[in-house]
Design a protein around this ligand. Sequence first.
Ligand SMILES: C[C@H](O)CC(=O)SCCNC(=O)CCNC(=O)[C@H](O)C(C)(C)COP(=O)(O)OP(=O)(O)OC[C@H]1O[C@@H](n2cnc3c(N)ncnc32)[C@H](O)[C@@H]1OP(=O)(O)O
Length: 725
Amino acid sequence: MAGIWVSMEVGSDGVAVITISNPPVNALHPKIIAGLKEKYTEAMNRDDVKAVVLTGHMGKFSGGFDINVFAEVHKTGDLSRLPDVSVELVVNTVEDAKKPSVAAIQGLALGGGLELAMGCHARISTPEAQLGLPELTLGIIPGFGGTQRLPRLVGLPKAIEMMLLSKTIRAKEGKECGLIDAIVSPEELMKMSRLWALEIAERRKPWISSLRRTDRLSSLLEAREILTAARQQAKRIAPNMPQHQVCLDAMEEGIVFGGYAGVLKEAKVFKELVLSSTAKGLVHVFFSQRATSKVPNVTDIGIRPRNIKKVAVIGGGLMGSGIATALILSDISVILKEIDSSFLQKGLKVVSVNLEGLVKKGSLTKDKMNKALSLLKGVLDYSEFKHVDMVIEAVIENISLKQSIFAEIEKICPLTCVLATNTSTIDLNIVGEKTQSQDRIIGAHFFSPAHVMPLLEIVRTEKTSPQVIYDLMTVGKIIKKVPVVVGNCTGFAVNRTFFPYSQAANLLVHLGIDPFRIDRVISNFGMPMGPFQLQDLAGYGVYFAVGKIYASAFKGRTFKSDLIELLAENGRHGKSNGKGFYIHEKGSKPKPDPSIQSIVEESRRRTNIMPGGKPIILSDQEIQEMIFFPVVNEACRVMDERIVVRASDLDIASVLGMGFPRYRGGIVFWADTVGADYINSRLKKWAEVYGGFFKPASYLEERAKKGLPLSMLSLSPSEASRSRM
Ligand SMILES: C[C@H](O)CC(=O)SCCNC(=O)CCNC(=O)[C@H](O)C(C)(C)COP(=O)(O)OP(=O)(O)OC[C@H]1O[C@@H](n2cnc3c(N)ncnc32)[C@H](O)[C@@H]1OP(=O)(O)O
């Protein structure tokens, strides 16, 4: 029986089993909340019911409150869509009921799901269950009493760790820390939960109300020390976001004034946070990430992804070895091909080092590392390519080299083999020009380091077959990436959208702004680092290679200066040799190097673009706008050319590929919070003063004129039919 429902079945033992169903994760939709209240009322009124077991349908307890409701509230601003669950359901109906409840947990109990379970008088779980309060990742705090009950069950330090880091734990850890009362097999779950519930009703097991417990709470003094340390940690890990501090405030209220006062405070601040810009951005990112799985004419035409078991990776450099690492970590066999044995040994070594790094961090066991390494084989020719399901070419960005590789492997690989290239900029039609297999050629743009970065930009041409796209999307998911399918153009969606980012920063330096100030402003905006520190990290070789490609593809809107060439001429190559804009020393943070000033001056003299020869003066906000608005402008061109299926694909790609702050919702979402009209007017003004680099795209101008959001890709049905996807 599918659909949204709450059922109740009363057994001859006097236990009422209340089951919630809302596939796929039994999210707590307002209808479920209403259903729970109704069934509980019935259970309390029936004389044949002695106790309740609360559980979820289809092997899952609950993935929490229905996040779609937050999205609706964000659209309408109407908080009345949020039912009163915390006091009315969890405290009054479940916890303070005259009959005890036991939560029978399978699969997952997350957010509101776990909070509901904590309102029960005991929790029995199967071993594989995932337990957690991940609400902070959505810009809110637990709102069904979680900030009060979790510390009372597991102690303050563990509760802070689970909430602030949104850490999910398994049942074993849950049992050790006091969250779970017993772990049983899935077959035993209902039987054991019924017995436990009856034993509570008969007072043979303790009838515990989590909210009234104090035995796991520290003394007030100790609690304050723990909370102070947590507040400092939150400032470090979550600058610019309010929910971490608010969560700690709610916990503190409960410790000082008691659990019920804490619940009331939590409910009040929860509602305030739901409407915060942070929650709006993070909820948008949650749904954007999931939307990437749906690609029109690929995932909706009845084809199934094929089973990719063996992949050949060509090139054992940084990218190739990172890709190989990601594949073998997910049980996919890899043939790593290099041109000579010294390169091959280097590549294989990098894979080992990558895996050892994970073992050191504790995220991989030695056994799993050895198992992964057993799936890796190095080769120097193509003879083994006869048996692979997919090839991922990851050699340097050299067009003729890539063309000859594809022409050669086309003859050796099976006819069904997916032929992917890890280029970050080169047009795929050119890569496949010398083959007869253009339907099998696809871009697999990984971000460095490939075994760590979560984004996989999948680039299709007009000729790439849906089957090949679906196969690569599936491999991407297996290796735990978020695959975003985009169209073919110079720089594809992500690098193309962000090419003006470093160019705008460069332009500002030549207009007289200090590069280190620019980096500070951009870091404060929420990027992991500023554009100059990023340039040091990426290495100047990439800058030279792609700079030329962009200059010829995007004539009239690129900015060229000699700054990076001058740095290189002065023996500065960025992080790779420890000297760039910054001094890079092992084990310490990069330090701004003031001695680059003379090089900056020389470059400024050569470009000579300062109005009247004098540095311009800008506020921090203007710096931020002059760097990000050109990025938004290019995003508009990418949307206009339908390089992406939907605007939110650019949002998720900007967050996962470029480190754009997640809590700002991604580049297009953020731009819409600023407003198309404002962005357009600023760009227009700068274009008049500083030239074509800032010239607004027609897509932006049009939406600005009509007062429409940039995320609206098509303004009419005829435009919608332009989609290349
Ligand atoms: C008041 C309370 O304190 C507030 C809350 O409870 S807020 C909610 C707290 N819960 C969460 O944050 C959990 C969010 N969900 C997840 O982390 C993951 O979806 C999961 C671990 C449950 C499952 O992951 P996975 O198996 O990879 O499936 P995933 O693709 O993410 O989700 C499957 C579908 O369920 C939906 N879904 C998952 N959790 C949901 C939720 N809480 N509400 C609504 N929909 C949800 C997804 O949107 C997706 O829908 P789609 O198929 O239409 O795209």
